[in-house]
Design a protein around this ligand. Structure first.
Ligand SMILES: [Fe+2]
Length: 487
């Protein structure tokens, strides 16, 4: 998601050249009325397989060389069929090749089975997150009726993120399929099925990496006893070992609070020794999802925000696979992207972009994104803003730990962690931003200097401000002083 959003940000930056320039006041103190229509940004485009030179505004340092790879939806209809949701568009792979201060661009559509079949039939034949593929209208009435009872096949449209396993580039969404791609030519190579290697039915598009190339990820499995959350480790490439996902292991499985309604999660945290999984009350009703075709509903109809439940944190020792016995929880919130996490004085410090309500997924329909005028303003006003927040989880909590006392020993953090009479540790966040930050529309798609600071105490992160439905500013935040800069 953040990749397509970064791309939209880039496109939007270019698009703005053709529109009246917003004043600096509009950028810094966003006004929720009179938003510009961004419909041109969410229309189908042609691929550009041969590199073309990009026009550069400003100056790119000559020492930045390499490929900036981005992924996101690029085709929103086939024949007379239209996708409904922003996430449904067919994956278009982008490459910005930076060399000695110049940039060239190319793009190719991922040759997923969904893309190839949709094109062949000139209609949508594979269901996506927000679009249910309808039976072939040429089938007999009885055939169309029977088609409703066929199981919903997961689409292999991988439009969320580039990920790296054993030095190879893949594009991923959150299903059981990924595609290996050539990062130079953007050609689609083999399709990889997670379940052929380990007992999971998918994995997030946000794995974490160690310096030696070991990758960690999380994925669900669905069995006769319901669902499980699984922590996955994929080893680095080693001589004599196969490529793709050979050697991958499930480190541990965590049962959901409700095995018929596991939480949706998009990423997770990793410190030097721990994986931190956030079980949030944005729940996937498996029965509804399995029967979506029968009920004539899209998959996202089975995902619901249930704020009667709290958000829970699970901490797993990534060396042993042991799930720590502590129970940490907070008021309900939703997170899509973690910023960073690290260990300090027996605690895990966890920085996340948080929304107080889990209703945003359903609002990013193409119909909403293509609105203009008051309708667009109303959509924007209804989307919960994301804010960077810090939680501190004291790890050494047992029956001797006093009740009702703040267990956060870190002098630099205002976050609180208080053990209750029920043994749970109630965590209250600290804002990683000063007052007035809501005027930039909150922040999402956080990035840090990953190689230097992931899992370590750090000072700066970057993200997109959301003065619009898509990122419309770049923000740098100093987590020590809480100061931020907006561009
Ligand atoms: Fe994402």
């Amino acid at each position: 998601l953040e990749n397509l959003n970064s791309l939209l940000f880039i496109l939007f930056a270019g698009f703005k050249n053709y529109l009246p320039s917003p004043s600096r006041e509009q950028i810094l103190f966003h006004r929720p009325r009179g938003l510009q229509c961004i419909s041109p940004l969410v229309q189908s485009v042609e691929e550009t397989p041969e590199p073309i030179p990009a026009r550069i505004k400003g100056h790119i340092p000559k020492w930045i060389n390499g490929n900036l790879l981005r992924n996101g939806p690029g085709k929103f209809e086939f024949g007379n069929d239209n996708f409904n949701h922003w996430f449904d568009g067919m994956a278009l792979l982008h490459q910005f090749q930076l060399a000695h201060g110049t940039v060239s661009y190319r793009s190719r559509f991922l040759q997923s089975s969904s893309y190839v079949r949709n094109r062949q039939h000139s209609r949508i034949v594979a269901s996506e997150f927000g679009t249910l593929a309808l039976p072939d209208p040429c089938q007999s009435l009885f055939g169309r009726f029977l088609a409703r009872f066929e199981p919903l096949q997961p689409s292999d449209n991988s439009s969320v993120n580039y990920v790296l396993y054993k030095g190879d580039y893949y594009v991923s969404n959150e299903t059981v399929f990924m595609h290996k791609v050539d990062p130079e030519t953007l050609e689609t190579k083999e399709k990889v099925d997670w379940s052929k290697f380990i007992a999971v039915n998918g994995a997030t598009a946000h794995p974490h990496y160690e310096a030696d190339g070991t990758a960690y990820n999380m994925g669900n499995s669905y069995g006769k006893h319901g669902s499980s959350y699984n922590i996955i480790r994929v080893p680095p490439q080693e001589p004599g070992q196969g490529d793709t996902l050979e050697g991958a292991k499930v480190l541990c499985s965590i049962p959901p609070m409700d095995r018929a309604k596991p939480s949706y999660y998009h990423s997770f945290g990793m410190t030097e020794n721990y994986i931190i999984f956030i079980e949030q009350p944005l729940r996937m009703n498996l029965l509804k999802i399995i029967t979506s075709k029968l009920r004539g509903k899209a998959i996202f109809d089975g995902i619901s925000w249930e704020p009667q439940h709290n958000t829970h944190f699970h901490v797993v020792n990534k060396n042993t696979g042991e799930v720590l016995p502590g129970l940490w929880c907070s008021k309900p919130f939703v997170t899509f992207h973690q910023i960073n996490a690290f260990e300090e004085q027996g605690c895990v410090v966890l920085d996340l972009c948080c929304q107080d309500e889990g209703t945003s997924l359903a609002l990013y329909t193409l119909q909403n994104m293509r609105r203009s005028g008051e309708g667009l303003d109303q959509v924007y006003a209804s989307i919960p803003r994301a804010f960077p927040r810090r939680f501190v989880l004291p790890l050494d909590v047992d029956s001797d730990t006093p009740v009702g006392k703040n267990l956060n020993p870190l002098p630099h953090s205002q976050a609180k962690a208080v053990k209750g009479a029920d043994g749970k540790v109630w965590c209250t966040h600290e804002n990683l931003h000063p007052e007035g930050f809501e005027k930039v529309g909150g922040l999402e798609f956080p990035q840090i200097n990953y190689r230097g600071y992931n899992g370590r105490r750090y000072r700066y992160f970057y993200g997109c401000g959301f003065g619009h439905l898509v990122g419309d500013s770049l923000i740098k935040v100093d987590v020590e002083t809480k100061n931020f800069k907006v561009r």
